[in-house]
Design a protein. Structure first.
Lengths: 189, 189
DNA sequence: CGATTCATGTAACGGGTTACATGATTCG
DNA sequence: CGAATCATGTAACCCGTTACATGAATCG
């Protein structure tokens, strides 16, 4: 759904052909999406079938033909619906990362430290590449909001890792395994 | 992969049958996974095919038959590999949420405020249910680490939303649209 | 006796990725 | 001339979800 929103949102301001969209996504929105080329083409076809966009054939010089997509009124409605849903919904911060954490008692302290240091280095590197971009975007622009949001999460991640690493270095020992999890009366829907 | 890790990690300490595993996941690990019953059964079969676990038929009284799974040595190796990978790899904090943020210039300020307030309320509620559990887990236990990690991310999310809401309330206007994104020389792999 | 629990699955679908296919054109 | 760019896709697969199916046993 979010990918659909992304495509509609781009076409809302400017009609584009698939290749052009993919270029934009790669080169200018690389910091907030990984949408693959084939996925984009696939989605464009689907959106056209559903009547949210229309396809126009175009050709520039002797280059291959290209299909320029334009938002329809129905597409504009769809965009607003998806946008409202995205802004309204609270969604869980990803917790799959923490699955490994549950089993740290199975890893020798030295290996654990090494692994987490590596993770930390990777995160720090990602953060640095993002930091460079944030200042290049105009203050108050949506992109800058998104980038700062991202940075905030990277920072928690890093300080979180630092906390664990510090405890590891101070001989702090992890007590208990996964079975020390207590019963949580999770309401079943 | 993370789900596989989770199942292997549970079976590492105790052989279990599918239903029992699912119960444990629902009632005691609900705060860090959403793994569905059918997915768990499917994964168990796959893990058995691959030789990471063995299946034993068991029956208690007149209850339906059940299949008790036990980790094999190959499974133990697999567990350690997946765990090492999980602990080592740096993975991007989810950015799909931010796609909506890119288009906030398309929403009237009042609607935007309302939507974000709703998101905020949802997040705050989730956070409260988690907070209750954290104190009930023994200090230094893996589960507590995971819970606190989760809480930290919820907190950034909330203060992040508060920041935006504050700017909205102080008549701060968002300038520029998605096309104000600059070119980021993302290295193509 | 009806609902819930115990226990295991299958079928269809959804969303996305990877790898592959195609073919002209322009660049070095 | 070979490589990269322009331009669009298909096929196979992967991981996971939803909805459905089954059937005995126990609970209230």
């Amino acid at each position: 759904m979010d990918n659909e929103l992304l495509l509609l949102g781009l076409l809302r301001l400017e009609s584009m052909h698939g290749y052009q969209l993919n270029e934009f996504l790669d080169k200018r929105l690389g910091f907030l999406t990984d949408l693959k080329h084939s996925t984009a083409y696939y989605l464009l076809n689907k959106l056209e079938e559903k009547g949210f966009i229309t396809k126009d054939v175009e050709r520039e010089g002797n280059r291959p033909e290209r299909y320029v997509y334009e938002l329809t009124p129905a597409g504009r409605d769809r965009f607003h619906d998806l946008l409202a849903a995205n802004l309204r919904e609270a969604h869980m911060p990803d917790y799959n990362t923490d699955i490994g954490l549950l089993f740290i008692d199975a890893v020798p302290a030295e290996d654990l430290r090494e692994a987490l240091e590596e993770k930390r280095a990777g995160l720090a590197e990602m953060l640095e590449t993002i930091r460079v971009y944030v200042d290049e975007h105009p203050a108050g622009s949506p992109a800058r909001y998104a980038l700062r949001h991202n940075i905030a999460h990277f920072e928690v991640e890093l300080s979180w890792l630092d906390e664990i690493l510090e405890e590891l270095n101070s001989q702090h020992i992890i007590r208990g395994d996964i079975f020390s999890c207590i019963q949580t009366n999770e309401e079943t829907a």
